[in-house]
Design a protein around this ligand. Structure first.
Ligand SMILES: CC(=O)N[C@H]1[C@@H](OP(=O)(O)OP(=O)(O)OC[C@H]2O[C@@H](n3ccc(=O)[nH]c3=O)[C@H](O)[C@@H]2O)O[C@H](CO)[C@@H](O)[C@@H]1O[C@H](C)C(=O)N[C@@H](C)C(=O)N[C@H](CCC(=O)O)C(=O)O
Ligand SMILES: Nc1ncnc2c1ncn2[C@@H]1O[C@H](COP(=O)(O)OP(=O)(O)OP(=O)(O)O)[C@@H](O)[C@H]1O
Ligand SMILES: N[C@H](CCC[C@H](N)C(=O)O)C(=O)O
Length: 504
């Protein structure tokens, strides 16, 4: 049997054993099904209760897979995993000499990577994408918004749906053991659909291997994550894998972007496309987008042209799933938005303050241009932002340039500097700012709280303040420390202070 046949056999043999039929799966069957071979003679053929790649999360009976990583070789945690009750620990032969002789349950194989992991996970859970309609969304920006829109409409229309993405996990797309486990839980809970974000890094690493999506969306592709992918072409090629080889049955592609057009022309799978030029009677207000699409009126309670694009993407997914424009329109009109995406945090205060998750040049450009178009005469656009440390450094100056083109005042501050020098990050942003050739007043205030305070205190009633980069995040990462930090809460506090100062 070749590898694919073996996986098919695994699927038939173990079909839904975990979910619905059998109680537990034995290690030997799991290894055979994943194409690893019959290693059962090496260690006791115990029952497997789950799979994990993190020794700290091992519960009794789990299979620990010790992947090599950037900071550690997971193999070094095999002992830890077994001592916590793992039924077995699989590692690559790198650490064989240190560990093999002494540890019962240790399995050493030649090649161990996330693709092998995904096959183990598939062997354990079976073909779960047959039991739920998976909707995948990829693209630099818009994934969270579209997945939430689609799930909202489906839930309103009585088709229970879940979401997996940036808002509900450590990673945008979880590692395969967690991903499959969460999909399995959604199925057990009675969900019929699951809309999930498929990040390029996850696709590249094989975290979504062995899943079949009913429909997948491509939103856009602009510079981000180039530290990981190396160049934009490799970034694009990673995303295209979602649209190949039976991974998705249908596609929905944004044809407003050159990469979307390229994907569309490659014609790998059937489906549909969208463009903001398809919408007529368009009106973009501070908290409402209205338009006509395919002869039907829509009102979506969001801000900005990019959210028109996201709405069209969501509508096309829902149409492919068999829903009518009338019911989609009515359900979309009750969408309350996504936390931290152009979220108005100033309530009735005349100084309007928005928090947004723009952390790439294109996102920042869309958000700034949307707000700029909504400014009253003489109103200024005041921007507070930084850029994450230990992340793509190319985007920093590009974001600075965008800021300089649109904002009327810029406060450069810390995002999550992580282990980088905040000064170096700020300098890169300032370099971009000066490239913009507009003489925009700017200041660097590293402490994010003080930066927000400075911007809000400087804002007049006609001004709009945008606090960008951290959106829904509830923390700030500085060096090895994680502090509680919520942009919206800080803004509200400062607005209260400002109001009190004005009264007294
Ligand atoms: C580049 C990348 O994908 N990194 C991921 C990778 O980290 P790593 O290779 O550095 O792992 P490591 O820390 O060296 O550890 C190696 C192994 O030892 C294990 N370990 C470690 C310590 C221990 O005590 N016991 C133990 O078993 C770890 O679980 C890991 O499997 O494996 C870790 C375990 O799963 C991930 O948490 C980590 O994601 C980090 C946090 C990350 O920031 N990833 C980003 C770049 C990412 O994947 N982002 C995408 C895109 C987002 C977007 O589109 O905006 C996403 O999908 O989230
Ligand atoms: N269609 C779009 N085109 C360009 N920018 C967008 C679009 N949709 C959202 N944005 C911008 O990108 C930010 C993130 O939006 P969203 O969370 O929906 O995208 P995402 O792809 O999930 O991002 P991430 O991968 O970082 O989680 C928003 O706060 C907004 O600034
Ligand atoms: N998913 C993105 C989020 C970036 C958010 C920004 N606040 C930062 O910390 O850089 C990433 O991991 O690159």
């Amino acid at each position: 049997m070749d590898h694919c046949e073996l996986l098919d056999w695994a699927s038939r043999e173990l079909k839904n054993a975990f979910l619905f039929e059998e109680d537990l799966i034995r290690l030997s069957r799991l290894l055979m099904a994943a194409g690893i071979g019959d290693f059962a003679h090496h260690c006791p053929d115990r029952e497997v209760t789950g799979i994990t790649i993190d020794s700290r999360k091992v519960t009794p009976g789990n299979l620990f897979v010790g992947l090599p990583g950037r900071s550690y070789d997971g193999a070094t945690f095999a002992r830890d995993a077994l001592s916590r009750g793992a039924c077995s620990a699989i590692i690559s032969d790198y650490h064989k000499d240190d560990l093999e002789a002494e540890l019962e349950g240790l399995l050493v194989i030649e090649r161990l990577d996330r693709k092998v992991l995904a096959d183990l996970v598939y062997a354990f859970y079976g073909d779960i994408s047959e039991k739920i309609r998976l909707i995948g969304v990829t693209g630099t920006n818009g994934k969270t918004t579209i997945t939430h829109m689609v799930a909202h409409v489906l839930n309103v229309l009585g088709s229970p749906s879940r979401v997996i993405g940036t808002l509900n996990g450590e990673l945008t797309t979880p590692e395969s053991p967690e991903l499959f486990s969460r999909i399995a839980s959604a199925i057990s809970d009675g969900a019929s659909n699951l809309a999930m974000e498929a990040s390029s890094i996850a696709i590249d690493q094989g975290r979504i291997n062995n899943l079949t999506f009913f429909v997948s969306v491509f939103t856009n592709l602009t510079p981000d994550h180039l530290d990981y992918h190396g160049d934009i072409e490799s970034y694009f090629l990673a995303k295209t894998k979602l649209f190949q080889g039976g991974r998705s049955r249908f596609c929905v592609i944004n044809r407003d972007t050159p990469y979307g057009l390229r994907l569309l022309l490659s014609g790998n799978i059937s489906g549909t496309s969208y463009s903001i030029s398809d919408a007529t009677d368009l009106s973009l207000k501070m908290s409402e987008i209205t338009f006509t699409y395919c002869g039907r009126g829509f009102m979506v309670p969001l801000t900005g042209e990019h959210n028109l694009s996201n709405s069209l993407g969501a509508i096309e997914v829902l149409r492919l799933m068999g829903f009518g424009l009338g019911e989609i329109s009515s359900a979309l009109s009750t969408f309350s938005g996504v936390p931290g995406r152009l979220e108005l945090v100033s309530g009735d205060d005349p100084t309007r303050v928005f928090v947004d998750y723009a952390h790439s040049p294109d996102a920042l450009e869309h958000v700034l241009s949307s707000l700029k178009n909504l400014l009253e005469d003489e109103g200024r656009l005041i921007l507070v932002f930084g850029a994450g440390g230990n992340r793509d450094s190319i985007k920093r100056s590009l974001m600075g340039e965008v800021a300089g083109r649109y904002a009327d005042m810029v406060v450069v501050t810390n995002d999550n500097p992580r282990n980088e020098d905040p000064k170096a990050i700020a300098m890169a942003i300032l370099a971009g700012l000066s490239d913009s050739k507009r003489d925009v007043p700017s200041v660097v205030i590293y402490d994010r709280r003080s930066a927000i305070e400075h911007a809000i205190m400087a804002a007049g009633d006609k001004d709009v303040v945008l606090i960008a980069g951290k959106g829904h995040e509830r923390y700030q990462l500085i060096g090895p420390n994680r502090f509680e930090f919520i942009d919206g809460d800080v803004a509200r506090l400062v607005l209260n202070l400002k109001r009190q100062e004005l009264i007294t």
